[in-house]
Each structure stands twice: as C-alpha cells, then as structure tokens.
Design a protein around this ligand. Structure first.
Ligand code: PGA
Length: 252
C-alpha cells in the first residue's frame, strides 16, 4: 500500500515571517492529518529557519533545487550534499520551471537525481508536457522520454527511493487543472513503463500530481487509482487551503 504524499512547493516566495506563520499553522492544523505524509519546499534561504520551526513535527522538509557537483567553483549554487544538514528529506528535480527558464536538460536532470540519492535524499522527479505537445498528441512520448532519461542513468532500483511528480505544464499556475481522468491516464502510463523494468518497484512507486491542485479538486484527483498525492504550488502558501488538501489525501 502506497502512503499518500502531499508536498508544498513554495517556489520563490517567502520570508522568515512566512516560515513562522505558515509552518506554525500547518504544525497545528496537520496534527491529525492521519496517514498522509506531508512535506514543504521553501526556498534554499529559508531551509534553516523552516527546519528549526518544524522541530517536533511530522512535516518533512524539501529543497527545490540542488547542484549535482559535490563542491567547487559554482558561484551561487548549493550542492545536494549540503542539504541533509538542514534536515532536508526530499528535493525537487526537473521541475518545468527549471527546464524552461534555466534550460536544464534531461542529462542534467538525471545527474541531479543521482547526486541527490548519493546525498541520502529522496528525489521528486517532475515530468510534464506543454500544451502544444498535448495538442499534438505527443504527451505519452514526452513523458516517457523524460522518465527514461533518468531510468537509463540510475537504473530502476533507484526508484525504490524516489517520487515522480506528473505536472502538465499547461496546468501549472494557470488554474487549468488536468481532469482526474487525464491525470490518471498519464500516471498509469508512467507506472506501466516502470513496471516493464520491475513490477515491484512500480507497485510501490509514489506518483503524485501537480498543476493547480486546490482544496476544491484535490479529493477527486487523489481518489484516482494511480495518483498518490500532490505537488502543490500556489495553494501551499495558504495554510487553510493546504491543510484541506493534505487532509483530503487521507481518506483516499
Ligand atoms: P501550482 O504549481 O499548484 O501553482 O499550479 C505546481 C508546481 O509547479 O509544482
């Protein structure tokens, strides 16, 4: 049985005050979230404060990005190896904003994935198609190529300790959520693809959905057979919204 997982991606939002207030509210509000695993990914700058604030809480901490090198002359970067010291458990990799705005390609994504695991972190591999690609009916091909690039580099066993987030680019921050059926179809496709390499790994692999998840659509999305939770952007900045989203994963 896969445990549901909901992760908040704060993107480039936040302040020490937000860390205190938002995480303070989540700690109280998610006390009874039951059997859902909850994580938050603040900016790298706020990881230390978030880690302090989360002491004594079940809520896990994630980073949004890390460099694949262990150290060196990479001005402005943070290595995966530096994150565990701040109590970080997960790290996003391959988010469409990193792919599109920072030109990260499949090779870099696979390298980052490997370095995160080497550092003892759980990579959350994000994959997703653009609206154009969906309209051209190449969703399947795009998603599988993104998954395959990482599978090829690290092997299927590496997915024992990894999460995949399916995030259609056209649904991110647009309010245009994929329908539960659209999302389920892609999640099933990803699971079958992994199963072709290893049935056991595929069965236990958590595949979460991201793209305009809100309190009003979370329960239906999380109720789909292959949707194991969500990666939540905008709505994770509101304690009220995020708590409802996390709780709606519990009964599913
Ligand atoms: P959104 O973002 O929930 O604001 O659409 C999701 C994400 O980019 O992870």
């Amino acid at each position: 049985m896969r445990r549901k997982l909901v992760i908040g991606n704060w993107k480039m939002h936040g302040s020490n005050l937000l860390v205190q207030e938002l995480l303070g509210s989540l700690k109280v509000g998610l006390d009874e979230a039951g059997n859902v695993e909850v994580g938050v990914c603040p900016t790298t700058l706020h990881l230390a404060a978030a880690s302090e604030t989360l002491i004594g809480s079940q809520i896990k901490l994630g980073a949004q990005n890390a460099n694949a090198h262990t150290s060196g002359a990479f001005t402005g970067e943070v290595a995966a190896e530096m994150l565990p010291e701040y109590g970080v458990s997960y790290c996003l990799v391959g988010h469409s904003e990193r792919r599109e705005l920072f030109l990260e390609d499949d090779t870099q994504v696979a390298e980052k994935f490997a370095s995160l695991q080497k550092a003892g972190l759980t990579p959350v591999l994000c994959v997703g198609e653009s609206l154009d690609q969906r309209e051209q009916e190449s969703t399947e091909q795009v998603i599988l190529a993104q998954v395959e690039a990482v599978l090829d580099k690290v092997g299927v066993q590496a997915f024992v300790n990894a999460v995949i987030a399916y995030e259609p680019i056209w649904a991110i921050g647009t309010g245009m959520t994929a329908t539960p059926a659209q999302a389920q179809a892609v999640h099933e496709l990803i699971r079958q693809h992994v199963a072709a390499r290893d049935v056991g790994v595929a069965k236990n692999l958590r595949i979460i959905y991201g793209g305009s998840v809100k309190s009003s659509n979370a329960a239906e999305l999380f109720g789909q057979a292959d949707i194991d939770g969500g990666l939540v952007g905008g709505a994770s900045l509101s304690a009220e919204e995020f708590i409802v989203i996390c709780k709606s994963a519990d009964s599913k």
